[in-house]
Design a protein. Structure first.
Length: 368
């Protein structure tokens, strides 16, 4: 049996009719960029997150870039973030000329440690950039308290966490801006690249709308140097069709995570807990074991995909290595040697979970 990390084809029957109908309407309309579907998607994402605004753009990395730029963060400013994330998080910091300040994460959640954040603040710190990794919401109460006391902006990286909420507040609504990726494999994925920024700040939303469109608020009138980061109507159609199923998809992911936990109980691995209700949407199901590489090889031999997110922390990557010389992040560095993500998508079945976990149990010498 061959089991992929994600099977996007499995969800297609649920959305194909709406997508085809929507694309036909776009073709008839002749409106292909920032058209009515994009505007509708912005309203729907804002409603989902409970924010006044949502600003569509070309990718999750662009979303972060637009938010930081619109906040006025620039050369010499410091942004505190995690090294245990995809490089896009920190590329956006570099794009505006700011300095990423890496702090360690918590071993139990994989998310940025608020105590480490507070200790890293300097007079040059302008923002905190938490990543809701694997779909689990960060400790936003603690981070929000730090930000308020120290007069810092929070820009959330919500690339892996759409639909997650904590204490009645959705991710993307905790800070000055929430930045989403709709890369195809995300919980809400387009058929290409796409992104979104949520905010309650009218001026920030206005600035980002101009920046995404070559710095223009009126055609051929340009207030600043901006970017070409506009969402096309085809992607908006796909995302609107899938958004109607997001809550069900996320519930299925949590159920699969619980199923993994039950089947792997008693093995010498650390499995993620479900977290508070709604606070984890399991973009990835990621366990920990010192025997990670051997376990991954065993899964591969059985035709089961797995992935390592992430094998090298960002402070050890070439673009940041020199600036971070001497920096040690013990938890992050250990996680990079132990984490392994298992297949996770809404249409997983009990039979597939049995197959994956049977191989893992056999690997550890337990009955499948």
């Amino acid at each position: 049996m061959s089991i992929p990390m994600v099977d996007l084809r499995a969800e297609l029957p649920l959305v194909e009719g709406a997508i085809r109908a929507g694309i036909d309407e776009v073709l008839k309309s002749g409106a292909f960029i920032l058209g009515p579907n994009t505007l509708a998607l912005e309203r729907e994402i804002a409603a989902l997150c409970g924010t006044k605004h949502a600003v569509a753009c070309a990718s999750g990395t662009d979303a972060l870039h637009l938010a930081l730029r619109a906040l006025g963060i620039g050369p010499g400013d410091e942004v505190i973030t995690t090294a245990f994330t995809f490089i896009g998080t920190v590329e956006a910091v570099a794009y505006v000329g700011a300095i990423p300040v890496f702090v360690d994460v918590r071993a139990d959640t994989f998310n940025i440690d608020p105590a480490r954040v507070e200790a890293a603040i300097t007079p040059r710190t302008k923002a905190i950039l938490p990543v809701h990794l694997y779909g689990r919401v960060c400790d936003m109460a603690a981070l929000g308290d730090i930000a308020r006391r120290r007069r810092l902006a929070i820009v959330e990286d919500c690339a892996q966490s759409i639909g997650a909420a904590l204490g009645g507040r959705a991710c993307g609504a905790f800070g000055a801006a929430g930045c989403f990726s709709f890369y195809p494999s995300k919980n809400l994925g387009a058929f290409g690249d796409a992104g979104m920024v949520t905010t309650d700040d009218d001026a920030l939303a206005d600035a980002m709308r101009a920046l995404r469109n070559h710095g223009s608020r009126k055609q051929y009138h340009h207030d600043v140097i901006g970017y070409n980061s506009r969402l096309d109507e085809f992607q908006a159609v796909v995302l609107r069709a899938k958004l109607a199923h997001l809550a069900d998809f996320n519930r299925a992911r949590r159920a699969h995570a619980a199923g993994y936990g039950e089947r792997l109980r008693g093995l010498p691995v650390i499995t993620p807990d479900l977290g508070p209700e709604g606070g984890h949407v399991f973009h990835q199901y990621t366990l920990r074991t010192p025997r990670r590489d051997a376990l991954q090889a065993a899964l591969k031999a059985a035709g089961i995909a797995s992935a390592i997110y992430y094998p090298i922390p960002l402070h050890r990557q070439a673009p940041f290595r020199d600036a971070c010389a001497g920096l040690t992040l013990p938890v992050t560095e250990q996680l990079c040697t132990e984490v392994l993500s298992l297949p996770m998508y809404p249409r997983l079945t009990d039979a597939l979970l049995d197959e994956v976990c049977g191989v893992i149990r056999t690997f550890f010498g337990e009955p499948a």
